[in-house]
Design a protein around this ligand. Structure first.
Ligand code: CAA
Length: 363
């Protein structure tokens, strides 16, 4: 059961690739850094990005589903969850039996995530959740969600808390699937909470810690999206390199023309620079497991550079292919559409620049 041969078909239909995702889960791809005792593969952050890169070369939709399960879902629970929460909520995802998702954004709060309005109110031994969340990757299919809601509006960001919500909880419904430009086989939707009651023990971390938890998780997530961008760029580069060798014009391979050769040179150089930034961020994340330090700067630099690179490389790959590059018979048009989201989700390129600037200016 291979991913590359079915990528175009699932992109066209927009169907969620249940069978291959299940298979990836069984093979250990959904919990690469999770210790074996919780059903994961027990490997390190570098192993995670190497595996994700290969999946994303074949198909970015499979890649983002993998990235969300590993980084946005499992990573946060492992870092902030109690032993009981880890066993209950990480194991089914790490073993590939279930799909996880992360829900921060709301219709009126995207980049300015701290201004969310959804409310969680304590009622005895439970919390009652109300509100509307948007742009949830795997929203239509996920079995479990990490959800962020306001518990104390007066405290603004310090009044946000994180909850673990099973997808079958009464009062939780999923909105319509978003029709998207790219990563079309990954399903995205709104979540609607109407008096959705979860046990108080499903609180992740402490009340009021939710915003920091969301941001800490996103640092890990951004390395995943950077890696997704790298995989897409590598696939587009390889297709363009082959075409530049094989296609002839004016009596020679088009790669022999400086106009094409220089494009290929810039594509290769930017890809290798992205790779090093990603490996650097993965190693910073690995160090943080022992020293507890933040790696926001390294993660944001990797995501910014790799996603801008993916856009540049896929754009040039179409140009090198000429008319063929514009056709659905050739995968580079899919790479181009899939690359675009990397500059937007898990923090736009503008937000990455903001994080980097604040970090180096201590602002
Ligand atoms: N780690 C730990 N703590 C962090 C942190 C981090 N990475 N970033 C910020 N914090 C802490 C700060 O230290 C601060 O705490 P103190 O008050 O105790 O000092 C607190 O959080 C507030 O920080 P800021 O003042 O920096 O907050 P801000 O309102 O200025 O916002 C931001 C900062 C970087 C712009 C942030 O809002 C942000 O990242 N926005 C983008 C959101 C985003 O990426 N959304 C994508 C959602 S997921 C998705 O795309 C869908 C999907 O399913 C894939």
């Amino acid at each position: 059961m291979a991913i590359a041969p079915i990528a175009a078909e699932f992109d066209e239909s927009g169907e969620f690739p249940h069978a291959t995702i299940k298979k990836m889960g069984e093979m250990g791809f959904m919990g690469i850094e999770i210790p074996e005792e919780y059903g994961g593969a027990g490997m390190d952050s570098l192993a995670y990005v190497l595996a994700l890169e290969e999946i994303c070369k074949a198909d970015a939709s499979h890649g983002v589903i993998m990235s969300v399960n590993n980084s946005l879902y499992c990573h946060g629970i492992m870092k902030f969850g109690s032993e009981e929460l880890k066993r209950k909520f990480v194991t089914p995802i790490a073993t590939g039996q279930a799909v996880g998702a992360y829900s921060l954004t709301e219709p009126q709060s995207g980049s300015d995530a701290g201004t969310m309005r959804s409310r969680a109110t304590r009622d005895g031994d439970s919390y009652v959740l109300n509100g509307r969340k948007s742009w949830v990757t795997s929203g239509p299919v996920a079995d479990y969600f990490v959800v962020f809601m306001v518990t104390d509006p007066e405290k603004k960001q310090k009044g946000i808390s994180a909850f673990l919500v099973p997808g079958n909880t009464p009062g939780l419904t999923r909105g319509k699937k978003e029709p998207k430009l790219g990563i079309r086989a990954s399903a995205t939707s709104e979540l609607i909470f109407e008096n959705c009651r979860v046990p108080a023990e499903n609180l992740l971390g402490q009340e009021g810690e939710g915003f920091k938890i969301a941001m800490t998780i996103l640092d890990a997530g951004r390395i995943g999206i950077a890696t997704q961008a790298l995989g897409i760029a590598e696939a587009a580069y390889e297709a363009a390199r082959q075409y530049a060798i094989e296609r002839e014009a004016f009596g020679q391979p088009i790669g022999a023309f400086q106009g094409t050769g220089f494009k290929i040179a810039d594509m290769k150089t930017r890809i290798e620079a992205s790779r090093l930034l990603i490996y650097n961020a993965a190693m910073a994340k690995e160090r943080s497991k022992t020293d507890g330090g933040r790696y926001s700067l390294e993660a944001s630099m990797a995501k910014l550079f790799a996603s801008e690179t993916a856009m540049y490389v896929t754009h040039q790959a179409i140009q090198i292919h000429g008319g063929m590059g514009y056709s659905k018979e050739c995968p580079v048009e899919r790479y181009f559409r899939d690359a675009r989201i990397c500059q937007i989700y898990e923090g736009t390129s503008e937000i990455q620049r903001l994080v980097i600037a604040r970090s180096v200016l201590n602002a």
